[in-house]
Ligand binder design. Structure first.
Ligand code: SF4
Length: 445
């Protein structure tokens, strides 16, 4: 899961929609405008969770069906910069340097078990057994592979390869299963080019009749934790021939164009530096706000007059425009820190709050000055999530916990939170109900 191919499947929605992105990225890197990718803490956390799931799935494959992630609760996973993981017992001294360390806590167990339980249910469905299988899964004719290096050589596309988390094949069906540990970026199963690429090798010249693309993303509230898209080998082969192969060939030509758009530019490393994306975003914004010097009130007026459709279209572009803004700000700050002047801007010291130089010293001073403890200390009870980690309190705190209602937030329809019933609708519903009851009364029921 750490190696990145030149045409990485995980990046495919970008390069399929903008075949010129590789050349642009190369150009920007040579100018020093894009830095080398570093594995972020969140990416390392995802690698840790993937590693844990892989170990458990391997044990299930070998016939240890009862196991789940709770078996590893309290242990520790280390992840090095190359993505290699080790699982250690709690308390073991970690001597390795340059590793990220993650405790396998309740939250990780719960999220990994969404994946494990889906896999177990799938297997149980195949075997038809009421009890847990006790033999290796191959004895039931179920073919399961983890961490598969997927290559598209059969399609003449040697430079497209990546790693698939899990593939399950049984009776003419194949399940292409990917674990996404991210919280904030929802990933959708339908027409997911990354997983379609992973599915392709088993779609060519095989007995497979049904293909199931499965994305398990338990931490992201914007989508269902398990999404399944059913398709066929014919459909995926057609896509490979009509889209993937021509695009892949086009990428290798030096004349490939940049094609900016919401999907591809949203997470592209070039956004903020790439002229095509800049132009695209400016056109988008300028279509609505033609005069660069509009005042706040004038901008408000323009927005006030947006139609419902325009509001919706603009909302969809916000992540992309935000990405451009973030990159532009970052670049401008770098330029200014390098000593160059940006017309209309200056570097200043960021805002901060005053802090104690040494908390122990000030505490000693306050005590010496006979200031009462309650007058200078704030004692705060830990959060429900923190206290629930204490074993002896498990299940005993529910009566003390409440969850305040959050303010209305506009999110994409795919978000798994329940849609709010607006007050006005509730009132109208109550009125309708009242009138119906009233009619009934009038009719003598
Ligand atoms: S920012 Fe958009 S247009 Fe520019 S290279 Fe990336 S995907 Fe292509």
């Amino acid at each position: 899961m750490t190696a990145h191919a030149k045409k990485s499947p995980s990046d495919s929605s970008r390069w399929i929609n903008c075949p010129g992105c590789f050349q642009e990225e190369k150009r920007l890197r040579s100018l020093g405008l894009i830095k080398e990718d570093q594995a972020s803490f969140h990416a390392q956390e995802g690698t840790a969770a993937h590693g844990l799931v892989e170990i458990i799935v391997e044990r299930i494959i070998d016939g240890e069906f009862k196991i789940d992630a709770s078996k590893y609760l309290g242990r520790v996973i280390t992840v090095d910069k190359k993505g290699n993981i080790s699982i250690l017992n709690k308390g073991v001294k970690i001597v390795e340097k340059n590793v990220d360390i993650f405790e396998i806590d309740e939250e990780m167990v719960e999220n990994c078990n969404v994946f494990i339980n889906y896999f177990k249910d799938l297997v149980l469905g195949f075997t038809g057994l009421k009890r847990n299988p006790t033999k290796p899964l191959s004895d039931y004719g179920i073919d399961v592979e983890t961490e598969i290096k997927v290559k598209l050589s059969a399609y003449g596309l040697d430079d497209i390869f990546g790693h698939l988390d899990l593939r399950v094949t049984y009776g003419g069906k194949v399940y292409i299963i990917d674990f996404k540990y991210g919280k904030h970026v929802p990933v959708y199963a339908e027409d997911n080019t990354q997983l379609i690429i992973y599915a392709l090798p088993v779609c060519k010249d095989t007995d497979i009749e049904e293909v199931y693309i499965v994305i398990i993303q338990p931490r992201c509230f914007q989508v269902e934790p398990v999404q399944i898209w059913e398709t066929t080998p014919e459909h995926l082969n057609d896509w490979a021939n009509d889209v993937l192969i021509p695009v892949s060939k086009a990428i290798d030509k030096s004349t490939t164009k940049l094609v900016a758009g919401d999907k591809q530019c949203k997470w592209c490393r070039c956004a903020g530096h790439c002229s095509a994306a800049e132009e695209y975003s400016l056109i988008e914004v300028q279509n609505e706000f033609p005069d660069e010097l509009l005042s706040d009130d004038e901008i408000l007026d323009v927005v006030e007059n947006f139609s419902i459709d325009r509001l919706s279209a603009f909302m969809k572009k916000i992540p992309f425009i935000n990405n451009i803004i973030k990159n532009v700000k970052q670049k401008a700050t770098e330029v200014a820190l390098g000593g160059e002047k940006l017309e209309g801007f200056k570097l200043v010291e960021g805002k901060t709050n005053r802090v104690w130089i040494d908390e122990e010293e000030i505490e000693a001073f306050l005590k010496k000055s006979r200031v009462k403890l309650k007058d200078f200390q704030v004692v705060k009870i830990k959060s429900p999530a923190q206290l629930e980690k204490i074993k002896k309190l498990k299940g005993k705190l529910d009566d003390y916990i409440t969850k305040p209602t959050g303010g209305p937030t506009l999110v994409p329809v795919s978000d798994r939170r329940k849609e709010l019933v607006l007050q006005i609708e509730a009132v109208e519903a109550e009125i309708d109900e009242f009138l119906e009851d009233d009619d009934d009364d009038l009719l003598g029921f």
